[in-house]
Design a protein around this ligand. Sequence first.
Ligand SMILES: CC(C)(COP(=O)(O)OP(=O)(O)OC[C@H]1O[C@@H](n2cnc3c(N)ncnc32)[C@H](O)[C@@H]1OP(=O)(O)O)[C@@H](O)C(=O)NCCC(=O)NCCS
Length: 195
Amino acid sequence: MERRSRLTNLEVFVVRAAHLTEEQRGHVRELQSQCFAEVPYDQLMEDFVAQSVAKVLAYHEGQPVGCVSVFRRSIEHAGRSIVLGGCGGTCTRADLRGRGVGTTVCLAAMDVLRQEGCDAAFLAVGETSGTAAFYERLGFVLLGKPFTFVNARGVTKTPSSDDVGMLAPVCAREVFELVMAGGEPLHLGPEKGYW
Ligand SMILES: CC(C)(COP(=O)(O)OP(=O)(O)OC[C@H]1O[C@@H](n2cnc3c(N)ncnc32)[C@H](O)[C@@H]1OP(=O)(O)O)[C@@H](O)C(=O)NCCC(=O)NCCS
């Protein structure tokens, strides 16, 4: 990616899901429709149904330029209860990519996950999209094994696209290491959906 100057005067807001205004919802929809237009409708309705706990929104000169959704849920893995956080649907307005917006919103999302006491953070990326490199800079590593989730109809599935999981330590490095070490797939249920 071409190296461009950082956007310096970003205004960043962390908004709990219950406090999102209609205007902010509109900004998220506008950005996501630019960034994820290729995601099939079925996948949106059946797989990407996880409820976020907060959104991070970035504005430049009063205009929405980036956002990410923040997730938190409890899962069981290798006989242990884990508080799994996540950030998903990171997007930067197309003409402002490569200027630090994505990094800024994701770092703010990671701060939320730390405050929420999440052990580790999960996200999924398209294996062939190249975005894994972006998240590696933020401390995520490829899971290196499958993950499963429960879709909107209650069916346990593996992702249908070329999505692969990534994990980062947040509050508990030993939990991150536990999940990374075992051969057992990471199951994101029983809550529905993934991100
Ligand atoms: C992925 C995305 C959010 C990155 O946002 P951004 O604002 O461009 O990211 P940043 O400017 O903070 O990039 C930070 C670094 O990661 C690199 N980077 C950004 N996107 C990258 C990508 N897709 N692949 C590899 N490296 C990438 C940048 O070059 C930059 O490196 P530098 O610090 O050496 O200059 C943005 O490209 C986007 O909205 N893409 C479309 C939606 C999408 O695919 N989201 C991810 C869903 S999993």
